[in-house]
Design a protein around this ligand. Structure first.
Ligand code: SAH
Ligand code: SF4
Length: 414
């Protein structure tokens, strides 16, 4: 298969950028960058202009060195370098699957590890981004769910994944800056003019890596606002999907304040089975969840909600389950699509994937009811990069340990 954007060789190694007391600007809003420049001594007008310039270099051009910011006065660049950095996560390990999927194990400044995955397709390139180190939830089919939650990722660590992916894919625009003439206030400005970017490699983002994004709402929102900003990474909200296991109280805010596509990890149509496999269901049940989907801002109009449904042998994959799924989608009047995900195994998992015939029959029943239900092709299984296989700690806990972690998490949910 011809893989767009397949870059060789894969770079590994570390980017020693986290410096002492210097402030990392990645993840700050434009105003917040202005704020730290004022705190460092610039007046309000200068801070605003410099924030705009720095933003453009950081997010549009991928520059990490203030010396490369040629429309900022030469004398000012060391001043910036002394006080600020434009950081990247450290790459601990980079792997490439036989199908072209790439996975990176990343480390934050405090050494915490998380994963990010790039999935190239003929017509798109999707980056699967993590929102937490571990997950507070404990879906029983998910490898990440066997980790304790270590911490939320900061906005800079979330947007940093997108920036690092662009570094690794060699995707930052080259040449002169788009829409930025030479700085009239700066006679040292060496560049100006326009460049033309040719086709994008990274076209879509899914918040489907490690963690539950709606349990880290503010940081995820801050990061996605930056990703969508027109003068920067400039990804349209239509190309971004946030996946939730069903944190009902945060769903409306996600629609109103972030406005990206919503995917909901439904995975079962009865209380009994969903309670077992997505234990968050004991807190927010199926009816509440589907009501929140019906109320999701924009749903029903142009925006379709995606239901994710992992196919587990003899658990949630019967014809009756498929019929009930159709009935529920109709009952709530949802404009929805169902993504059928063959279960991806991991060491210690207690489930098996449904047979290909069963998955096909399940899909056909839903299609026949006029609802799209494509079967997703697993990607990157050989490097443990497929849905639900991510886990940054390379331990294999015993069954008893897994049960204990699950109990602790359930108790913490209340
Ligand atoms: N925490 C969020 C987003 C991350 S998971 C959520 O749960 O929605 C991305 C998707 O992969 C979810 O639908 C999740 O349920 C699914 N998934 C988890 N483990 C899986 C596995 N072993 N095989 C297939 N899909 C899995
Ligand atoms: Fe957490 Fe999502 Fe995995 Fe559930 S499926 S444990 S919510 S990452």
């Amino acid at each position: 298969m011809q893989i767009p954007g397949h870059i060789d060789p894969v770079t590994t190694g570390t980017v020693p950028l986290r410096g002492g007391n210097r402030i990392d600007l990645v993840g700050l809003s434009r105003d917040a960058i202005g704020g730290v420049l004022i705190e460092a001594g610039l007046d309000a007008k200068a801070a605003k202009l410099r924030a705009k310039q720095i933003w453009h270099w950081m997010y549009h051009r991928g520059v990490t060195d203030f010396e490369a910011m040629t429309d900022i006065a030469k004398a000012m660049r060391p001043w910036l370098t002394d006080r600020f950095i434009i950081g990247r996560p450290t790459v601990r390990e980079a792997q490439v699957s036989s199908d072209g999927t790439r996975k990176w194990l990343l480390a934050a400044a405090d050494g915490q590890e998380y994963e990010m995955v790039f999935i190239p397709d003929a017509d798109r390139g999707t980056l699967c981004v993590s929102s937490q180190v571990g997950c507070t939830l404990n879906c029983r089919f998910c490898h990440t769910g066997t980790m304790r939650l270590v911490r939320n990722l900061a906005a800079g660590e979330i947007v940093g994944q997108v920036m690092l992916a662009r570094d690794e894919l060699g995707e930052w625009p080259k040449g002169t800056m788009a829409g930025f003439g030479p700085d009239p206030e700066d006679e040292d400005d060496e560049e100006g003019g326009h460049y033309t970017a040719d086709g994008r490699i990274l076209t879509n983002i899914v918040m489907m890596g490690m963690g539950e994004p709606l349990y880290n709402f503010d940081e995820v929102k801050g990061a996605l606002k930056i990703v969508m900003d027109g003068d920067g990474l400039a990804l349209s909200r239509r190309r971004i999907t946030l996946s939730t296991s069903g944190v009902v109280p945060m769903m409306a805010r996600a629609g109103e304040e972030i406005g990206v596509n919503l995917a909901v990890s439904l995975h079962a149509v009865s209380k009994e089975i969903r309670d077992e496999i997505v234990p968050l269901n004991r807190k927010y049940g199926i009816d509440e969840l589907l009501k929140a989907c019906a109320d999701y801002p924009g749903a029903g109009n142009s925006r379709r909600i995606t239901f994710e449904y992992v196919m587990l042998k003899d658990k949630n994959d019967s014809d009756d389950d498929a019929r009930e799924l159709v009935r529920l989608i109709r009952e709530y009047g949802l404009h929805a699509k169902v993504n059928l995900i063959p279960f991806n195994p991991w060491p210690g998992a207690i489930y098996e994937c449904s047979s290909p015939e069963r998955v096909k029959a399940f899909s056909n029943l839903i299609f026949k009811a006029g609802i799209s239900a494509p079967i997703r092709t697993p990607r990157g299984r050989d490097i443990m990069a497929a849905c639900g296989q991510l886990k940054s700690a390379a331990t294999k806990p015993t069954r008893a340990e897994l049960d204990r972690i699950a109990e602790e998490k359930q108790a913490a949910l209340g």
